[in-house]
Design a protein around this ligand. Sequence first.
Ligand code: GDP
Length: 375
Amino acid sequence: MTDDQTPRRPEWAPDDAGDAFASRVVPGAGRNPERSDWPAPPASRRALTEDDYVAEALAGDRVVLARAITLIESNAPAHFELAQAVLRRLLPHSGRAIRIGVTGVPGAGKSTLIEALGVMLVERGHKVAVLAVDPTSSLTHGSILGDKTRMEQLARRPEAFIRPSPAGGVLGGVARKTRETMLVCEAAGFDVILVETVGTGQSEVTVRSMVDFFLLVLIAGAGDELQGIKRGIVEMADAIAINKADGENKPRAEAARAEYNRALHYLTPAVEGWHVRAYTCSAATGEGIENLWNVVGRYRERAAETGAFEARRREQARDWLHALIDEQLRAFFYNNPTVRDALMTVETAVMAGELPATAAARQLLALLDRGDSPA
Ligand code: GDP
């Protein structure tokens, strides 16, 4: 054992522990300079530079792609700068994919449907990326796509890339990361992006704002078919898939489709000239999945003809900018040390009814002018 291999007191040992401290730390073996025949650490373990990220992401390297996404998802300020530099250079190479959002209540069959569609598409030569927006994932440890047993067949395909929802925090943060991940995937040559989300309401609005086509997955239920699913979400959909149209359930699924189509008749379509319709499918047997893909294709054609496709993307980019400004303004405000110090006192005064909320908000905002910029 060489000198530096001698066990030593761990850094966290209490100062007054003396030599009696029971724990010892043995340093790692490290790289032996005398053994130049030992292999260098694999590329996947080396710190990548901005150029590495860009070149290898553009080459479609899945390992680097995953690392670029980890970089984007990182909350460390140092990673943020590098991630933004990489994104900026990848941006001109993005945008060529069709972006499809998939929503529906848990158990409707979203994952099964995405897998069936994804496998069909990779067999046709597409490269498919599956992303997720699940703001609850930090609580549930990734309720969607988190479970490794899901989408097993698709996950085995080298032409597919599956990424669970970025964990942690507010929907805005999760959405930003997913959106940027989508751009990296597109630059890496993925031409179909599927973004899965849970039926919580707000996350649908968010996913709708980042995709070209929004698919709502439903199952036939008893009674009023429109019950249980918020009308607002139906209004956001570009198509409705009534899933599990197989076996004994098929007639009920057909009936639900007819009922939805009657209701959809009265809704104003989001895209001029595009009629939102309900279709039946079975993610389990694969029946109707090809038809759904054809619906997406027709939509893309139609929306491109009318200019709605590009218009929607431009609006989404603008809305996203404003969402980021909102998010950064909030952070700027709440991270300001003077605001932080004053906030509790002002809050207490508002709760006690001593200070009107409007005056309180103004008072706090005025603190920003004092030049105490956040760290
Ligand atoms: P998600 O929560 O919406 O992602 O739903 P899953 O894809 O996990 O599916 C929920 C359950 O429904 C699973 O047990 C699936 O096997 C089943 N399932 C999904 N699609 C179908 C289908 O088309 N037909 C039938 N019979 N079962 C399905």
